[in-house]
Design a protein around this ligand. Structure first.
Ligand SMILES: Nc1ncnc2c1ncn2[C@@H]1O[C@H](COP(=O)(O)OP(=O)(O)OP(=O)(O)O)[C@@H](O)[C@H]1O
Ligand SMILES: [Mg+2]
Length: 349
């Protein structure tokens, strides 16, 4: 009858392909079970799912059979990161985190108090305008429940995932990450508090952004959890406050602005969206949602008005469909270009 000792001896010459040490010495033999002459083993390696693992597998079966086993059952597991480190194994290469202090990226959060005032539309168009100006730009759709950026930009691909790394989707020169990429068939997202924070963390740390000049964050409406997380995670984040000209929207937006001030985030300025409707026929402007909300907000937040965007839809381009992206030559696209110029000037980048 085979003993555990004999099996260990037989395995002594099997090396962990990444650590170049005997799997006996790495502590990789997690379990040995012997039933009559049938042996079942659980082996931990530094890396699994590799071609080398297949070779190790064959060798193990061979030597254990040579030691007298009738049959060999094998299961694999991975050594913990700590074990690998202690064994002097290959370290996971540190991804240059977006959050590391020496990363020169400028964070710009787009916020508002109320929902539906155009944060996502503004985020997307500012991002595209920055990319058109030759900047390296990313956008995080931080509206985990109400993600809309992929649709607005007409994105149909999904990010590629390699191991632990997520590669963002690129559209109009902008790198995009959204919860929408990780949800099946537009199903509602039911994650709560702690998961949310984690998701945002993943977007910063697990996504391979490469070098970025600007990262735009499209925030969910209001001053809830995600907005708070962003404020604490990104002490250097700058903010754009979006409002409509309506008094209520501006009043509520002031709260979002107040939160920025409390957390020492610089407010770049106010963007008044849906500011008016301009008739194509007569050129006459109608102030459908009232007037003055944006102006009042700039006074309250002691900041400047970066631009007033009228009501209007982008031209539909069947070839390159992106329902919320205005072309650079579109009158509204031009306003976005001006706003973006001012932002770059203010940040000095
Ligand atoms: N200037 C505009 N002219 C016409 N429609 C607009 C304009 N700005 C935004 N919209 C439309 O208004 C709706 C709300 O805009 P958007 O989703 O950008 O707002 P939001 O503040 O991000 O909303 P939420 O709070 O739900 O995230 C969208 O359907 C968008 O296409
Ligand atoms: Mg939105």
């Amino acid at each position: 009858m085979l003993t555990e000792e004999q099996i260990r001896e037989a395995l002594q010459n099997i090396e962990d392909p990444d650590l170049h040490k005997s799997i006996v010495d790495t502590g990789g033999i997690r379990e040995i079970k012997i039933k009559e002459d049938n042996v079942s083993l659980k082996i931990a390696l530094a890396k699994t799912g590799t071609a080398e693992q297949m070779q190790v597998q064959q060798k193990i079966v061979q030597v254990v059979k040579e030691a007298g086993a009738e049959s060999v059952g094998l299961r694999f597991d991975t050594l913990s990161d700590e074990e690998v480190r202690e064994l002097g194994g290959p370290q996971e290469e540190e991804k240059a985190s977006l959050l590391s202090e020496d990363n020169p990226v400028e964070f710009i959060a787009v916020t508002s108090g109320k929902g539906g005032v155009g944060k996502s539309t503004v985020s997307v168009n500012i991002a595209v305008a920055l990319a058109n100006a030759g900047k390296k730009v990313g956008i995080i759709d931080a509206d985990i429940y109400g993600f809309s950026v992929p649709d607005m930009m007409g994105i149909e691909q999904r990010p590629t995932v390699q191991g632990e790394t997520i590669y963002p989707v690129e559209r109009f020169g902008v790198k995009v990450i959204s919860m929408g990429f990780f949800v099946e068939d537009n199903a509602p997202v039911v994650w709560r508090g702690p998961m949310l924070g984690k998701m945002l963390n993943n977007f910063f740390n697990e996504v391979e952004w490469g070098d970025l000049d600007y990262l735009i964050l499209d925030l969910p409406p209001g001053t809830g959890d995600v907005a708070l997380d962003v404020h604490t995670m990104l002490p250097e984040c700058k903010e754009l406050v979006v409002t409509t000209p309506h008094a209520t929207a501006a009043f509520v937006a002031a709260r979002a602005g107040a939160m920025a001030i409390k957390t020492n985030h610089q407010i770049l300025g106010v963007i008044e969206n849906m500011a008016y409707f301009e008739s194509k026929k007569t050129g006459e402007r109608e102030y459908i949602f009232g007037q003055g909300g944006g102006e009042r907000l700039t006074e309250e937040l002691k900041t400047e008005m970066l631009g007033q965007i009228p009501l209007g839809q982008p031209e539909v381009d069947q070839e390159d469909f992106a329902p919320s992206v205005y072309e650079s030559e579109h009158p509204i696209g031009k306003i976005y270009n001006d706003i973006t110029d001012r932002i770059m000037e203010k940040i000095g980048k």
